[in-house]
Design a protein around this ligand. Sequence first.
Ligand code: ATP
Length: 246
Amino acid sequence: MVSIISRTLVDPKSIKLTNQRKTKAILTKGVEMAFRSGRECFQVLKGIDLDVSPGDIQLLMGPSGSGKTTLLSILAGLLTPTAGSVYLLGEEITKMSREKLARFRLENIGFIFQGFNLFPALTAAENVELVLNIKGIKGRLARNQAQYLLEQVGLASHTNYKPGDLSGGQKQRVAIARALAGNPQLIMADEPTAALDSRSGHNVIELLRILAKEEGSTVLIVTHDPRIIDVADRVAYMEDGILRQE
Ligand SMILES: Nc1ncnc2c1ncn2[C@@H]1O[C@H](COP(=O)(O)OP(=O)(O)OP(=O)(O)O)[C@@H](O)[C@H]1O
């Protein structure tokens, strides 16, 4: 009797959320972000609901200042939203401790940021190896994997170059090789083609497509680049902190 009553009391919304959590690579519910500046409070994200299926390429587009990078930073666990929940691969990152979140990010997310964030004193290969080392892959295995990843992005002949000796496009490709180190299930990229000439941009787009469609990674890209729309499964538009999913 008790079990029948408790079953009938289960909220259908919570059943739907549990099912979505299991099947979506990225899921957000009512995400809000407000920044305070002196006495003023800017509501940058106004209740974002987004869901991305595994293996999909999801674009996030919209005008400058609309909140795309802020949302990406929240999805990547780098910013904590002022309200709402974020689930990645079925786990609620907005409830994780700092340590657990750091480990989760390391194991599951590859980031491609604007500005590359490469270590200037290390070669291209060492930049990639460093990430592999942090993920527990060391020695010859790390060296071989770094070499392989740099070959994949077309930089086989530049593995010993330092970032200062590489072009913008080549640096971006090192950043991508590094983001792919250790085969993360989620790849999050902020304007991955912005600094690239048309050919390098095309190569980067093709690489992201292969990762999603052949390796099964889920790829979330913030972009203004209309060429990426051709490879996207879904496009979401942000305007004034409100998201519209096509
Ligand atoms: N740390 C912060 N403190 C205060 N305001 C912020 C902060 N970060 C972002 N903002 C504000 O939030 C708004 C959205 O910024 P965001 O960088 O997310 O936009 P965006 O859509 O990515 O823009 P762009 O396409 O130019 O990169 C902007 O008005 C920005 O000034």
